[in-house]
Design a protein around this ligand. Structure first.
Ligand code: MN3
Length: 199
């Protein structure tokens, strides 16, 4: 079965002013949609056809760049939308996740500084992540479409630092976007849901 683009889990104007409807229209309807279309085209006739998205990503890494890049970007964006909501972000964090941030990441302020720094220092395009590996949370960054799945970790939060994610609203001020994402956009309930699925 072909992969499909899910609609955004919120209205196009729901994340304004931190992310505009214009950005979401381009980012979801054009950028993300193109990854899904390309994935369905390039996967045809390969050994990856019919596999789950996660299996396609792990299996195609290092073997089939066209399949890998489009599959990983589909996965990254699909969850990136779910990891955001209106009036999200900040310290309204489920107790279980807060405890892990305290024990594994040195508390909320350090988490925020390190997560923003990971996104700010990802040279060129890529993603910053909160991921779970061997029962521990860590903050990482990846170039282009790569994600923690190929490093044996489970992503529980990400932020897109490709310029298409913030250039309309923030121009080149990537750090301002990252701070707004952490303060106002993170859907901590979906972070918890992904954590609970992973453990
Ligand atoms: Mn993107």
């Amino acid at each position: 079965m072909a992969f499909e683009l899910a609609p955004l889990p919120f209205a196009y104007d729901a994340l304004a002013p931190f992310t505009s409807a214009e950005t979401l229209e381009f980012h979801h309807d054009k950028h993300h949609a193109t990854y899904v279309t390309n994935l369905n085209n390039v996967i045809k006739g390969t050994e990856f056809e019919g596999k789950t998205l996660e299996d396609v990503i792990v299996g195609s890494h290092g073997k089939n760049p066209a399949v890998f890049n489009n599959a990983a970007q589909h996965y990254n964006h699909h969850h990136f939308w779910l990891w955001q909501k209106k009036d999200g972000g900040g310290t309204k964090i489920p107790a279980k996740i807060q405890a892990l941030i305290d024990s594994d990441l040195g508390g909320y302020d350090k988490f925020k500084a390190d997560f923003v720094n990971a996104g700010a220092t990802q040279f060129g395009s890529g993603w910053a992540w909160l991921a779970l590996k061997d029962g521990k949370l860590s903050i990482t960054k990846t170039p282009n479409g790569e994600n923690p799945l190929i490093h044996g970790a489970t992503p529980i939060l990400t932020v897109d630092v490709w310029e298409h994610c913030y250039y309309i609203d923030y121009r080149n001020a990537r750090v301002k976007y990252l701070e707004a994402f952490v303060d106002h956009l993170i859907n901590w309930d979906y972070v918890l849901e992904c954590y609970e699925k992973a453990v």
